[in-house]
Design a protein around this ligand. Sequence first.
Ligand SMILES: Cc1ncc(C[n+]2csc(CCOP(=O)(O)OP(=O)(O)O)c2C)c(N)n1
Ligand SMILES: [Mg+2]
Length: 292
Amino acid sequence: MSSRTDYQELEGLARKGRWLAISTVAGSGAGHVGGPFSAMDILVALYFRVMKIRSDDPKWPERDRFILSKGHSSIGQYAVMALRGFLPVEELKTFDKGGSRLQGHPDVTRLPGLETSTGSLGQGLSVGLGIALGARMRGQKFHTFVMIGDGELQEGMIWEALHIAPRYKLGNLTAILDWNGLQQFGWVLAMNETHRGDRRDPWSGTDLRGVFEKLGWHCTEIDGHDFSQIVPALESAKASGDSERPTLIIAHTIKGKGVQFTEGKHEWHSKVATDEELRTVAKELGIQEMAV
Ligand SMILES: Cc1ncc(C[n+]2csc(CCOP(=O)(O)OP(=O)(O)O)c2C)c(N)n1
Ligand SMILES: [Mg+2]
């Protein structure tokens, strides 16, 4: 039995999750890697430590809710859900295929355990806000977590939700910002440029914490790859469910985290690993069994 402060088990699960994500994308011939790797440690902490959920009863009314608003990172969520028993690990092989429950972006009509469909960036926090507000009005005790990306944070609808959640006093809502400093491409430097920008952090130099706090959120900042910071931050956000302030966890992350040649590389936003690259990944992550 692992103790509450022993995070080795979670670290092992995150390595497996990263392996399942990158090898599944390679098998399917399309998908994202950088975003799922960036989010992986937080996903593992949510599904294995923090959220009250039942893999054999995904619609259990008292379950905590999780929305991956940055839905292009779906394979990260599917991998963790598979490890947690929501679906067979084997099923990952169907990822992004026509009839699959595991669409390229999460489809709530197909996979039990999802709370809403995402993929069109900007919408998940508003949905989570509605769920949290409904829970408050019905006197339900579950907590709602929503993960958003830093590129996604440029979407106007996110700001509507950021503005209104504190006014509704939704202590039962937690937003997690995956601040990895990269999005799909970057800024175009000048009007006549044809390349895809300088890939700067969209929020570089912005006091996001200050802005969120002024809007009324309770903010914490963590290293999004350190379980000794992730787990307590999520647990304390959940414990403040009866408070009058929603929590915003600013998670400083690295896109592509976990494998040297993908870390901090915008090219790995969406890329298929070669067999040789997969062998390197397996070695680095300490994966013995190469098959998905
Ligand atoms: C409304 C909308 N516009 C554009 C896209 C295309 N798109 C997919 S991922 C992405 C970048 C997202 O960046 P970020 O939120 O930082 O995610 P991460 O770095 O975690 O992958 C974009 C622009 C989309 N899915 N939805
Ligand atoms: Mg990003």
